[in-house]
Design a protein around this ligand. Structure first.
Ligand SMILES: O=P(O)(O)OC[C@H]1O[C@H](O)[C@H](O)[C@@H](O)[C@@H]1O
Length: 548
């Protein structure tokens, strides 16, 4: 395997970088009146303006050539057809199959994937309809009003983000809550606020072996049985989403009430399948299917569009451009939608668990920097907090601004006419200020005292993508998520890594299990892994009033 940094395409970009990195966006715009008309792309309902990036037409040509040199076209095909591209776990990677239409055909390793996917979707839909209509009741005969999703990582962030994004579409009077953390504060807060007779717990875990989830689920079960005074209540108030039927049964959930998926769906790629059950119960199967159609539309765009017009490829390669050539450390995601408040957190798992790797798929250490660090908050909140650093700090932070033409509802009736337009005006103002800034001359010309001028200079030349969509509908949410999934995939291909394993999270889990007795045993124990940890164990025990 040739390292990507040893290709002619990489060297060409390194040379080109020396020319482009000294140019200001002001100049790039001034010298090319066609720039805006050319540097945009549409995919399904999403419109991307990437003209405010520190690139020329030549940069785009070189970046897409690099994607080609990395074998992206073949790797896309390999993923979509079920090759075992997750090499360290010897698995296919088929989250795109979760949204294939019913009449598509895909057989992988002897499994009729489309048939199986739709069988589960149909079972989810039938179950959701029963809960939504009130036909499925709790143990005491009352309808379900709250679903509590108990899961962590991909079994939490996806459904929690999507629920928040689409909760305006809730039409059956059912709300959702999410419990993930092993911190007792998480589950107790939710249990304090829900009605046992009208609550359905969805225990979501791909492996059904995750400590946090199983512990929280046990607590919820005991709470429920105590409140309703009958073990049999569990059958009406607990369902499971997992790939592991045996463990679900062991836990005491009837596998008739289990919704399955497969080892070829990574946890962080799973909420468009059974892991999205909580969302489907809230918004209904029809909306859920609209979301899947949105995912699929972006999959098709990714599969078919030439790289220079391919939104995920362009955005991925811009990320590579800043990470590997400009040395950018982080990447901000700034949705101008309160409904996307959890989107950055969701993307953190998607991108960082996928691409935070330092060896290539063949086990050889990488040379390039990998794994963009994503972070962000909804605009305009971020503007009043950290945008100062984006505008005037010493670091380059490329940012994605995501906006919508229409809100789900405006606040006109409450006297808030025009609020949404104000939100959008803020988005546009920020990207313009970041790109073009304000010079010392311009500031001095406003009569600013000379000593203050340097403090007010806005350097500009800070790159942003603007994504504009008509409205945050289920379909648009699907498109957005698939966009970032494919960005993540493309970058993984360029860096030559396995984006679909996550071995780095395992050691800490094992060590936590080993350390628990050291914290809780009556007598102090040896065996802390290192002197610093041993001292912290002693201090913790002392603070807890235990023997040291
Ligand atoms: O769904 P589960 O099997 O419970 O896994 C939940 C999460 O835990 C793991 O540690 C992984 O890092 C995540 O990728 C996964 O989403």
């Amino acid at each position: 395997m040739t390292d990507i940094t040893e290709t002619a395409e990489w060297s060409a970009l390194a040379e080109h970088h020396a020319e482009v990195s000294v140019r200001h966006l002001r100049e790039l715009f001034a010298e090319d009146p066609e720039r805006v008309g050319r540097m945009n792309v549409t995919a399904a309902d999403l419109y991307l303006d990437y003209s405010k990036h520190r690139v020329t037409a030549e940069t785009v040509r070189l970046l897409t050539a690099l994607a080609g040199a990395a074998g992206l076209r073949e790797r896309i095909e390999a993923m979509l057809t079920g090759e075992h591209i997750n090499v360290s776990e010897d698995r296919a990677v088929l989250h795109t199959a979760l949204r294939l239409p019913r009449d598509a055909r895909l057989v992988v390793d002897g499994q009729d994937v489309v048939r199986d996917v739709h069988e589960v979707l149909d079972r989810m839909a039938a179950f959701s309809d029963r809960v939504r209509s009130g036909e499925w009741t709790g143990h005491t005969g009352k309808p379900i009003r709250t679903v509590v999703n108990i899961g962590i990582g991909g079994s939490d962030l996806g459904p929690a983000m999507a629920y928040e994004a689409l909760r305006d579409y809730a039409d059956a009077g059912i709300t959702a809550r999410f419990v993930s953390n092993i911190d007792p504060a998480d589950i107790t807060r939710v249990l304090d606020e829900v009605d046992p007779e009208q609550t359905l717990f969805i225990v979501a875990s791909k492996t059904f072996g995750t400590l946090e989830t199983l512990t929280n689920a046990k607590v919820a079960r005991q709470w429920l049985v105590e409140r309703l005074g009958d073990d049999k209540a569990v059958a009406r108030h607990f369902v499971a989403v997992s790939t592991n039927a045996e463990r679900v049964a062991e836990f005491g959930i009837d596998t008739d009430n289990m919704f399955g998926f497969w080892d070829w769906v990574g946890g962080r790629y799973s909420f468009d399948g059974a892991i999205g059950l909580s969302l489907m119960v809230v918004v209904g199967p029809e909306r859920f299917r609209e979301m899947l159609a949105g995912f699929h539309a972006m999959d098709e765009h990714f599969r078919t569009a030439p790289f220079e017009e391919n939104m995920p490829v362009l955005m991925a390669m811009l990320g590579v451009w800043y990470t590997d050539f400009f040395g950018a450390q982080t990447h901000a995601v700034l949705p101008y939608s309160q409904r996307l408040a959890r989107f950055p957190a969701y993307l953190q798992q998607l991108t960082m668990e996928s691409n935070g790797k330092s060896v290539r798929a063949d086990g050889v250490p990488v040379i390039a920097q990998t794994g963009e660090i994503f972070w962000g908050e909804p605009g305009t909140n971020g503007q009043h907090a950290f945008y100062q650093l984006l505008h005037q700090g010493t670091r380059l932070v490329p940012a994605d601004f995501i906006g919508f033409a229409e809100p789900f509802r405006d606040a006109a009736a409450e006297g808030g006419e025009g609020m949404h337009d104000l939100l959008t005006a803020n988005l546009l103002a920020q990207t313009s200020a970041l790109a073009f800034g304000k010079t010392a001359d311009e500031i001095a010309a406003e009569g600013t005292p000379a000593a203050v001028v340097p403090h007010k200079v806005m350097p500009g030349n800070r790159p942003t993508s603007t994504i504009l969509a008509p409205k945050l509908t289920p379909s648009v949410l699907g498109q957005l998520v698939a966009l970032y999934e494919h960005i993540t995939f493309t970058q993984g291909v360029v860096w030559g890594i396995d984006s679909f394993d996550q071995w780095g999270v395992e050691l800490g889990k094992v060590m936590a299990n080993q350390l628990t007795p050291a914290l809780t045993a009556q007598e102090p124990q040896d065996g802390a892994p290192d002197p610093s940890t041993a001292a912290l164990v002693r201090r913790y025990r002392a603070l807890r009033g235990r023997r040291v």
